[in-house]
Write a protein that binds this ligand. Sequence first.
Ligand SMILES: C[S@@+](CC[C@H](N)C(=O)[O-])C[C@H]1O[C@@H](n2cnc3c(N)ncnc32)[C@H](O)[C@@H]1O
Length: 246
Amino acid sequence: MGKVFLVGAGPGDPELLTVRALRILKSAEVVVYDRLVSDEVLRIAAHALLIDGGKRQGEQDRIQDYINQTLLCHARAGRTVVRLKAGDPMVFGRGAEEWEYLLAHDVEVEIVPGISSALAVPSLAGIPLTCRGIAASFAVIAGHREHFIRTDWSQYARIDTLIILMGVENREYIAESLIRAGRPSSHPVAFVENGTTDRERVVETTLSEVASGMAEVQAPAIFVIGEVVRLRSRLAPAQLAGARVS
Ligand SMILES: C[S@@+](CC[C@H](N)C(=O)[O-])C[C@H]1O[C@@H](n2cnc3c(N)ncnc32)[C@H](O)[C@@H]1O
């Protein structure tokens, strides 16, 4: 029986891989990767059998079954298998579900954490998640519909910095819900598209402008709300030209 490494690929830039992830990728025989894993990171494992495990809208469950079976089949054949996920495998990555499935089939699993885009993408764009005197709390939340069904938005109205993943499509709804729950409509917002890659683009705006449909953004992006966004003009002034929508 082989072994499956559940590895975090970090936010995109290969220099943000951990030393352990790099070592394991170099010795992998099979790599099953997600849609958001960058080409630069995949190139490190070019010697391995590379299998696209990217999920498309509406096909997630079918593809998840295919991924589980593929991991199992290669592990049973005695191969060193890497399940490579963007960011950290345990942050909105279905890492726990795959871990459980493999354990239930007696496959050894090793977790290799990665740097989550939720933390690294804002900070590299000049937006710290906390800052003394400005923000002492943050939360990372999922911006997709399934999550909204059981969401009490008032709990997020009081958190200093909100980081929303997978929230581009529903950005207007999210912004409206937060304003309704008591978050000031003037609160600064940033979207960081394709963070840490050469396609990175930052859009700075406000919650009210997002609610009224004025923020033009493409996925994948990190949606950050909070006073810390204002720090970007001091911490990353060189990146600012042409990025504001307001
Ligand atoms: C399914 S979640 C996976 C999160 C991942 N496990 C992590 O820890 O970063 C996918 C979402 O992560 C965010 N994301 C991941 N990488 C990103 C990047 N390089 N730039 C901007 N957003 C990114 C986007 O919000 C995207 O919709």
